[in-house]
Design a protein. Sequence first.
Length: 512
Amino acid sequence: MRAPVIVVSRDVETRRDAESNFGQWMALAIALLGWMFDGYEMGLFPLIGGPALASLLGPAAATDAPKWFGAIMAMFLVGAATGGVLFGWLGDRIGRKRAMALSIFTYAVFTGLCGLAAQVWQIAALRFVASLGMGGEWSLGVALVNEIWPGKSRAVIAGLIGAAANVGILAVGVLSIGLHTFIGSVQTVLLAVGLPQAWVTFLLANSGWRFLMISGAFPAILVVLVIPFVPESRRWEDEKARGATSHWASDDLYGILIGCLATLAIVWSWSPIGVRPAAAALVTLVGLGVALAGFLLPARRYLDRAAAAGDILPGTKRQILKYMLLGAGLAGVVQLGTWGSIQWAAFWAFQLEPNPARLAKEYTQITLSVAAIAGTIIAALAAMRFGRRITYAVMCAGSIASALLLYQANHEFNGFFLFCIFLAGGMTASFYGWFPLYLPELFPTAVRATGQGFAFNFGRILAAIGGLQTAALMALFGGSFPKAGSVLTLFYLVGLAIIWLGPETKGKPLPS
């Protein structure tokens, strides 16, 4: 009687293994698509910001466009920081996949609505809400995939995570070139599907920036695919089964709200409608302290309740908070270099070569994206081979050197400019293949989405504050963006110092 039982058991086990493998691949596929469209959303405004601001500001664009460009980028970063903490909290409480579906829906819909904006402040507001979902999708997708896939695959997956976002950014540049080249055909198609001529003209005017923004709503279809086919993390389900997720409380979300309002006050103080620089500096100092306390509140309260219930070891709270702050510092350095300097490259290229026939900004973004795809994969593999800390340090040094070459050796848009863009883009983007590998290794399952969500996304607040100074530095240097960008790249020196405060996690399993 035992043989049939054994046969059935093996059949069941085989079926479970097949379902597990299918679930792993579905989780990876949906997460990669989510990150790809996340990159698409991120790449939209740096590319279309020039024509969009010229369209909405009119004659004032010549003087106000750089300030508004910086303010809108800052709003995006603040929203992403808030969303990373908010959706990270949600993912640790209700599960990774349900929270990820909501985050994708949020960023898709509100990015699409940007295409209907009539005023600059409307783009800023809509980009803020959209970025809530973008920040959340990153932390949730990273947590889910790292917990579902085995440790030996995590380096490759980390590289794919960074590459996927840059494939999305690349797609923006390619679509924009196609729109320039085939705008007549696009107009014909839109008219053929029944859109009135006035709407088509409205959507395709000024380099078609509205059409490109509305195209950002397409990722909403991913939401339909996420729920039925993607498995929930078994690690998270185990935490739920033992009651660890019950220590999260909705009342703690007021901390995130306070932190968000504080960072918005910082952005407002430096915006074109803000206050004098001295007052803005004071608002920044106070606001940063309030934001830090607010965004840390849900994690601190959770850890207090878990400690009181005996669910975490003594000293765990201090270590987790320490790693959250360290991760925020590491991410802040990198994202300041990205958003305060390199992400302005397409905007700068648009100024170097204003002739639309040359498509300077599109070729700049495409070159950045191709370099970034290679850089993220190489960085993840290097970190797995040589260690996390030394890889981060080398990337910081390489980012400084390549960015200074770009900004100090170029004065016109040409082949050498694109070569330098490739070097700088590959080096500065390589970190985004490193973070998905390292940050999950700092936090246990119960607080992984919240911990890495805070670390990666609070870094965006630091980047937003620094990025707001780009326009001010440009004014200080007589309108020169290369000089302003060169100054901001020096923040990578901070990364060279603080990386050695973190643990070396090479060869160690993901914390349970």
